[in-house]
Design a protein around this ligand. Structure first.
Ligand code: BES
Ligand code: ZN
Length: 655
């Protein structure tokens, strides 16, 4: 009788719960350490990603099914993350979570049984390990949770921050390690998963993801998504808003708010050609559909390569297609990054360096070498100045391609070193082995490592075995990958058009009026309108102006060219940077408008950094930042808070 009593109770979930809690709490320290803990481990092989707690070496998610209710009233997602796992016989499954409220965790596919879990200590960067008790044969773990107001991935926008100003908007940004703040995941790029989702949103809004997508509103606000190709979890993405779709061909199109959709479709009308060009160079596009969604102004990046659906910044919509190379970049990630993925964030250059290289090759095909060289030179100028800053700073080792970001934010690796030094490494290799050979090698690289993750060391080996050794070519690969600075054999790009721009700059420096006829070496130089030069030429022009010119010179240039208010964010940004240095406060009202509207970190961060350099400017920045801070996504807000050492006042209802 006694035994029977015990038996019947032991299978009751409550009893199991108590038992497991007792077992757990009797362990010495159930909190897994982040994987940068270098202590020798005897029982378990530690995964190498220092930015994840997950124990993917013994249990890993294979497929994730999400059930999400998106509630705009309290800006919360109520979710269930159903992980289908490959279990090598472990009793604990560790997930990454950050600022999530966990309600319960169950095991099982059809019949769910509640299990115990422990949330470890919160690390301000990595969040918490969520250690779930499983059986050695468990393959389904279901985590019931909700997001909180400290969620870092999600940007909940009030209607006033959208184009239409009538409906709210929501989008996510997962890269690098923010997915764990809206979904409990194993947050390392070295694990690839397929995913599906059932998402419920208010009936007047459409939901789209980095997956199969709807093209029309669902009358019940219920959407189903499938991502059948395995991806790293930083590529799971969601956007919800008043959206329209326009197709550019049968497998390529654009989403945007209704007010923007026509302009967006026009700006990106060459996308199908771009895709064909990329396929010709690097092999078949593996994701079936390629769409772009243009998000509201707060989106912190120029673009984000969410598979099947690039997220794009509205600053790309200039009306003249002058910034479409950003879309070429995000499309290029369909090969470098999404198909072949960096193993962890120390290998970030494998994502971005390759992508900048491919972006440039696409632009060369589409626009010709003269233009693609200018694009590439503009980036090289950025690399040179950023390398100088990094070399003089606390982490000169950040000028290496292979990084070591243990204990630091992966964001620290997001510099032009990964992007531009990475791309110039590949350009230099290409020059050394010849384009035809290099193209064969690249196609093979994407074929061989498709749907896998890769480290710098693996790439090095592949490069030696498949390209350099067979061709008996000696190349300073190690110097490029593992040493600081820029190797001497780096290719040099020249541009006649930039040389001519320099002549205009020289005229300005000599006090000449470039809007009138000037003759240099018998050649007539005169600026008649802004259309005379492409965006990159104007950027080169503005950058080359010395800060020391008389104030009136800047004001005259602006009076004629209206840089400060020209509508092209790249030019406006460059102009504000120059004018802060030059002390021309006439641009400040427009700069404030720009900083209020545009949340793209590439612009916002350097402007605040520059403003921070003098006391007067710092005071100006601080005064205005308090008003505009709430317009920004966490990524940008967090960066600017750090620059200004801004301590927000806690006001009710603020983010
Ligand atoms: N994948 C990046 C954006 C990113 C990197 C987000 C790291 C979070 C962490 C994206 O592809 C990118 O590089 N965007 C650039 C565009 C570009 C043309 C260099 C940007 O946003 O400016
Ligand atoms: Zn990129």
């Amino acid at each position: 009788m006694k035994i029977k009593f015990l038996k019947s109770n032991i299978f009751k979930p409550q009893f199991l719960l108590i038992l497991l809690v007792v077992v757990f709490s009797s362990c010495e320290d159930p909190t897994p350490k982040p994987n940068n803990n270098k202590e020798p481990k005897t029982t378990k092989v530690e995964p190498t990603d220092s930015h994840s707690y997950a124990n993917i070496d013994v249990i890993r998610t294979k497929h994730l099914h999400l059930e999400m209710d998106v509630n705009f009233e309290n800006q919360t997602i109520y979710g269930i993350a159903r992980h289908q796992m490959v279990n090598k016989g472990t009793k604990i499954a560790i997930f990454d979570v950050k600022n999530l409220a966990i309600q319960k965790v169950t095991l099982g596919e059809t019949e769910e049984v509640e299990t115990t879990y422990v949330l470890g200590e919160n690390d301000s960067l990595l969040g918490q390990p969520l250690s779930v008790t499983v059986d050695s044969n468990t393959t389904f773990v279901n985590i019931y949770y909700q997001t909180t107001d400290k969620c870092e991935a999600l940007d909940w926008l009030e209607p006033k921050l959208t184009s239409g100003k009538k409906h709210p908007f929501l989008y996510s940004q997962g890269q690098a390690i923010l997915t764990r703040s809206w979904i409990p995941v194993q947050g390392t790029p070295s694990n690839r998963i397929t995913y599906s989702a059932d998402v419920k949103v208010p009936i007047e809004l459409m939901a789209v993801m980095s997956a199969t997508n709807p093209r029309e509103l669902d009358s019940l606000g219920e959407y189903h998504f499938e991502m059948k190709q395995a991806i790293p979890c930083y590529l799971i993405a969601l956007a919800v808003g008043d959206l329209r779709y326009v197709d550019l061909n049968e497998n390529c199109g654009v989403y945007a708010e209704p007010e923007m959709i026509d302009a967006c479709a026009k700006e990106f009308e060459d996308l199908p050609t771009m895709k064909l060009t990329a396929e010709k160079l690097f092999g078949k596009y593996q994701w079936e559909q390629y769409d772009v969604i243009v998000l509201p102004d707060s989106f912190p990046f120029g673009g984000m390569e969410n598979p099947r659906l690039t997220f794009a910044n509205p600053t790309l919509i200039t009306g003249d297609k002058s910034l479409v190379s950003v879309i070429a970049h995000e499309l290029a990630h369909s090969w470098s990054g999404n198909l072949v993925t960096n193993s962890d964030w120390d290998d970030f250059w494998l994502n971005e360096g390759f992508t900048v290289y491919i972006e440039n090759r696409i632009m060369e095909e589409l626009e010709g070498k003269e233009i693609s060289d200018m694009l590439s030179l503009i980036e090289f100028q950025e690399l040179e100045s950023e390398m100088e800053v990094i070399s003089a700073g606390a982490h000169p080792e950040d000028t290496k391609l292979k990084l070591s970001l243990d204990g630091r934010s992966p964001d620290d690796g997001m510099t032009s070193v990964a992007y531009v030094k990475g791309a110039y490494f590949l350009k230099t290799l290409e020059k050394r082995v010849g384009r035809a050979n290099f193209d064969v090698f690249l196609k093979r690289y994407f074929r061989e490592f498709a749907f896998q993750t890769i480290t710098t060391e693996q790439f090095e080996k592949f490069l030696n075995e498949r390209l350099l050794n067979p061709m008996r070519i000696r190349f300073n690969t190690k110097e490029w990958l593992y040493e600081e600075g820029l190797p001497k054999n780096c290719v040099k790009i020249e541009s006649k058009r930039f040389d001519m721009i320099q002549q205009y700059v020289d005229l300005v420096v000599d006090g000449k009026n470039i809007f009138k006829r000037n003759y240099v070496d018998g050649k007539k130089l005169q600026v008649k309108s802004r259309d005379q030069f492409i965006t990159q030429e104007w950027l080169a022009f503005i950058r080359a102006l010395p800060d020391s010119l008389p104030l009136q010179t800047y004001r005259n240039l602006d009076a004629r060219m209206n840089f400060k208010n020209c509508g092209n964010a790249e030019i406006m940004f460059e102009w504000y940077m120059k004018n802060i240095d030059a002390g021309n406060d006439k641009v400040y009202p427009q700069m404030k408008r720009f900083l209020t509207k545009v949340g793209r970190r590439k612009f916002v961060e350097p402007l605040f950094e520059k403003l921070n350099e003098t006391e007067v400017n710092h005071a100006w920045a601080n005064r205005h930042y308090a008003d505009i801070r709430d317009n920004y996504h966490f990524v940008t807000r967090n960066t600017v808070d750090g620059i200004l050492k801004f301590k927000p006042m806690v006001k009710a209802g603020s983010k």
